[in-house]
Design a protein around this ligand. Structure first.
Ligand code: GZL
Ligand code: ZN
Length: 329
């Protein structure tokens, strides 16, 4: 996995990791053995996943479960929160009670985590964020963030629209989950790209990253507006739902109404090749390898990068046709 790293670890992170190493070693270890490294004991990692709302999420879950295996030095406890923050907090609390060596989760929304993160810190259990970020004032509450730059993804989508579809367009926006980092940041990035043009977002609503949500909201947009040029969907699944609504209204997606989405999962890339979507910015879901590496370092008390940004690609219809057969997700 190609990646850029940002922000060397702060001392605070180091001290959390060192405390974690001591607590891991104090768990009956003969002392000094690196947990999950050359030592025999495995790393108990508790993971709270957002849900199973999209193709991206399914690929992300599969990669984590395929990578954090016993033979790779992990005992993985995994839970699906059905996109509810209270379920994630409950799962994290149960892992803390179990005394796992390290916690990891993808926060469904940005805010509301300080209390449970403080509880993890008090229990000397380091926390790794994957995929989505939290808005916290105290960044000693997590050891590292691994994921994409969503503002850049939104901006890349907007830049392509400005360069390829024109500067005077009426756009409807299918937003991701309200309050989630990808929804907030992709909206911000797209907005930056269209600044100073006559590209107007005439309507914008959340479809909660699901296909059903995208279809339902797009039906509403089609009832309210007869001059839509472009759909900007924060993920492929909502874009695929919009395709169903556009076709049901007797219009041609990708032609009468252009569509730009983010993720580049298999179903989205197929629609791109079929000409129903015009451009997709990738959001790489394969975070398992980085998570495993960072978890081993944190438990061993080593310094870790505070923020690891994974590289994303982007595809036109022609580019998608070349790579579709080789895509693993
Ligand atoms: C992005 C991830 C988003 C995807 C959606 O990293 O959080 O959540 O773009 C998924 O498909 O539901
Ligand atoms: Zn934010």
């Amino acid at each position: 996995m190609k990646r850029k790293t940002f922000l060397r670890a702060g001392l605070a992170t180091l001290s959390i990791a060192a405390m974690a190493a001591m607590s891991a070693c104090s768990g009956g270890d003969s002392g000094g053995g690196e947990a999950g490294g050359s030592g025999s004991e495995t790393i108990a990692l508790g993971f709270s996943q957002v849900g199973a709302e999209s193709g991206w999420r399914a690929a992300n879950t599969k990669d984590i479960q395929d990578t954090l295996t016993e033979e790779n030095g992990f005992k993985l406890s995994f839970s699906d929160a059905q996109q509810k923050q209270e379920n994630q907090i409950q799962a994290l609390r149960s892992y803390i009670a179990q005394g796992v060596d390290v916690l990891a989760f993808s926060p469904v929304v940005e805010t509301g985590w300080d209390a449970v993160l403080q509880e993890a810190k008090s229990a000397n259990i380091p926390v790794i964020l994957t995929d989505r970020a939290v808005d916290t004032t105290d960044d000693s509450l997590f050891a590292s963030f691994i994921g994409s730059d969503f503002v850049a993804e939104g901006q890349r989508a907007g830049d392509w629209v400005v360069e390829n579809l024109g500067k005077d367009l009426k756009v409807v926006e299918l937003q991701g989950t309200t309050g989630s980092a990808p929804a907030i940041d992709r909206k911000e990035g797209f907005g930056k790209a269209i600044e100073g043009t006559d590209i107007d977002i005439i309507d914008s609503q959340t479809g909660d990253f699901t296909r059903a949500g995208g279809k339902q909201v797009m039906e509403g947009f089609l009832n309210s507006h007869d001059d839509i040029d472009l759909v900007f969907a924060h993920n492929d699944d909502m874009g695929l739902g919009a395709i169903e609504a556009i076709e049901a209204a007797g219009k041609k997606p990708g032609k009468d109404i252009k569509i730009v989405t983010i993720d580049a999962v298999k179903d989205g890339m197929q629609a791109l090749v079929d000409g129903k979507i015009n451009y997709i910015v990738e959001c790489n879901p394969l975070l398992g390898e980085d998570l495993a590496e960072i978890a081993k370092k944190v438990v061993a008390g080593e310094a870790v990068e505070k923020r690891i940004v994974v590289e994303d690609a982007a595809f036109t219809q022609e580019e998608a046709a070349k790579v579709l057969a080789d895509r693993t997700y």
